[in-house]
Ligand binder design. Structure first.
Ligand SMILES: NC(=O)c1ccc[n+]([C@@H]2O[C@H](COP(=O)([O-])OP(=O)(O)OC[C@H]3O[C@@H](n4cnc5c(N)ncnc54)[C@H](OP(=O)(O)O)[C@@H]3O)[C@@H](O)[C@H]2O)c1
Length: 285
């Protein structure tokens, strides 16, 4: 029985590699999921579980570069069809950006979807393809992921501070639940242990704005001299619109697993420790 991780070099892919140490891991360099021939060649007939962490996650670029559709939609459909043929379970990962952000309570799995940017629309189409083409499919939606590998907001902010920035402006009118890649990977394993299929939401507990997330990371890293100014989205125009409020309701995950996600602040502490441990040693003063 074989487990395979696709996109194994990204944030979630790396975390899945730790959570499923028995799995065969394919980074993008080893296997491009848009290459159907390579994909069919790579998945052995005894593959029983495919964890797809591969995605084009460049939200702003998606507005103008249609390539993301090949990765986030077309390849997902082909992958799901292949998993059906192999009788393998597919775990696919999706996003809070399938919602418009106009909701008035945390989004449940069956709430109406209405993405407001190209990335969200493609990820939604990817979910649908996975269910249309596949058989045993779990789609895990998560939000605001931070973790080792890949580009993430916390790392971007801290790199600015570490290279000398002392005045930052960060958006404080978008709200979601941040998620630590390691916790997302663990949630996937817990859900698989319960043989769950369909859509399930997971993120760490507690809501945050980008401003709160940045401020917490900077404070925890001891940069007391850094000023983090709260600004509105309109002061920080980006190519892709973002939902103002994309808080995921995780009560289905909690009911299924009997566990509750820990707070994003606690998870952030673990991520920062991991990040510090991986940093090149500084020369002694
Ligand atoms: N990051 C977030 O805030 C967030 C929020 C909600 C949901 N998600 C979802 O979570 C999942 C995991 O993303 P992540 O957060 O771990 O992002 P990530 O760090 O950007 O990881 C994505 C990985 O997929 C790889 N990839 C891209 N195109 C590929 C292809 N054609 N074939 C194989 N691999 C390919 C990337 O490789 P390169 O780096 O070489 O391009 C990268 O290693 C995605 O489905 C994403 O949509 C992420």
């Amino acid at each position: 029985m074989q487990t395979v991780i696709l996109g194994a070099g990204g944030m979630l892919g790396r975390a899945l590699g730790r959570e499923f140490p028995e799995a065969e891991r394919f980074t993008r360099a080893a296997l491009d999921i848009t290459d159907g021939v390579a994909l069919r060649g790579a998945l052995a007939p005894d593959t029983r579980l495919v964890l797809n962490a591969a995605a084009d996650t460049r939200v702003d670029a998606a507005e103008t570069d249609p390539h993301h559709v090949v990765v986030n939609v077309v390849a997902v459909g082909a992958l799901a069809a292949l998993c059906r043929k192999l009788d393998a379970t597919l775990v696919h990962v999706s996003t809070d950006y399938v919602f418009s952000g106009k909701g008035i309570r945390p989004y449940r799995e069956d709430d109406p979807v209405d993405p407001i940017n190209a990335y969200g629309r493609a990820k939604l189409m990817g979910e649908r393809r996975a269910f249309e083409e596949g058989d045993e499919v779990l789609v895990l939606r998560t939000s605001w992921v931070f973790g080792m590998g890949g580009v993430n907001f916390v790392d971007t902010i801290l790199k600015k501070v570490e290279s000398g920035a002392r005045d930052l402006s960060v958006v404080n009118d978008q709200v979601a639940r941040p998620a630590y890649a390691a916790d997302v990977a663990r949630a996937i394993r817990q859900l698989l242990e319960k043989r769950v299929t369909g859509v399930v939401h997971f993120a760490n507990a507690g809501e945050a704005t980008w401003h709160e997330l940045a401020s917490e990371a900077i404070a925890r890293e001891g940069h007391a001299d850094v000023r983090v100014k709260a600004v509105s989205t309109s002061e920080f125009p980006r190519p892709a619109r973002r939902p103002r409020w994309s808080v995921l309701d995780t009560s289905l995950y909690e009911r299924i697993t009997g566990g509750a996600p820990r707070s994003w602040r606690e998870a952030l502490g673990d991520y920062l420790a991991e990040r510090r441990a991986a940093a090149p040693a500084r020369p002694a003063p």
